[in-house]
Write a protein that binds this ligand. Sequence first.
Ligand code: MG
Length: 164
Amino acid sequence: MRIGHGYDVHRLTEGRRLILGGVEVPFARGLDGHSDADVLIHAVMDALLGAAALPDIGVQFPDTDERYRGISSVLLLETVMQRVRECGYDVGNVDVTVLAQRPKLKDHIPQMRQRLAQAMRIAEDRVNIKATTEEGLGFTGSGEGIACHAVCLLQETEKRKGNG
Ligand code: MG
């Protein structure tokens, strides 16, 4: 077993759609960024890459690269999973905590879990997503941005064991 942790923050801004966990959440503002700025998936990808001891998403998908402008983070997650599997790992589980004052995310979480499980090609009960506010404190509390933590466990596949 190998453990990984990922953390990401994006600023909330006018004139952008809010994409979280591969799902469009109706809200007056969206997250700013080079890709679709899906802070949830970015944290998950860094947790996966961290557990596999691979370079982080800033190295894998540089924000200076025009290929990644506006790209769906679901596609990036699929690529990350491909790299993780090539290294001889499969996902044990992923657990995610989104820090957002608004909007309320509870009703969107089942769909986010489904999207993530689909992109990662794992069972839905291996993906958990929680949302919390920070009681009005700090940059998430003021609505300046949304933050996300993710942890994951990777298990060695037979392929990796075979490689010793
Ligand atoms: Mg990011």
